[in-house]
Design a protein around this ligand. Structure first.
Ligand code: CA2
Length: 166
């Protein structure tokens, strides 16, 4: 008896993953990570966080493009330029989270699925950090898990982008 089976290709699920590119945006002062305030933000540098994100991206089969800026306008421009290049945005907008209508408008303008992340738990800190202009236009927010906030945020974003796309 033959041990070979003929299966029609129409019945085989397409296991090829859709190629995805994710823009990771880091806002003001996050370039100082690892040098000051390790008690609040951990001891990893931004380069180390980006390296961990790239490694997680490899596992998830997505490309990661990381940008940090201390300038609101540069962040707005980078969000505009994401259209047609990236399929999702992972953002730690730093202090602009709590102040920037411009960043929120840029994110809702490009309408790319966005996940907001924070190293610290913004709800355990000063009252002015409890409000985020980005949260209402994001798919979700992850706050308080240090570098894991970024990695969990990336997983959630990729899961969101791939769901229903087998
Ligand atoms: O917890 C977060 O990830 C924050 O987005 C970090 C922002 C803060 O304004 C947000 O409320 C919460 C601040 C980033 C500043 O990073 C520094 C790192 C080292 C030394 C000084 C600042």
């Amino acid at each position: 008896m033959s041990d070979r089976a003929v299966v029609s290709s129409s019945k085989v699920p397409n296991l090829t993953l859709q190629p995805l590119s994710i823009l990771v945006l880091h806002g003001p002062n996050l370039n100082l990570l690892g040098q000051r305030e390790p008690g609040i933000y951990g001891s990893l540098t931004l380069a180390e966080i980006n390296h961990l994100l790239a490694a997680e991206g490899l596992k998830l089969q997505v490309e990661i493009f990381a940008v940090q800026s201390n300038h609101e306008g540069v962040l707005v421009d980078t969000i505009h330029e994401a259209l047609g290049k990236h399929q999702g945005i992972l953002i730690n907008a730093g202090a602009y989270t709590h102040t920037s209508v411009a960043l929120r408008d840029a994110l809702s303008g490009v309408n790319l699925p966005t996940v907001e992340v924070h190293l610290s738990n913004i709800y355990r800190r000063e009252d002015f950090r409890h409000h985020s202009y980005i949260a209402a236009i994001a798919i979700g927010q992850i706050s308080g898990f240090g570098v894991q906030s970024y990695l969990l945020g990336l997983q959630a974003l990729v899961h969101h982008l791939r769901k229903d796309k087998v």
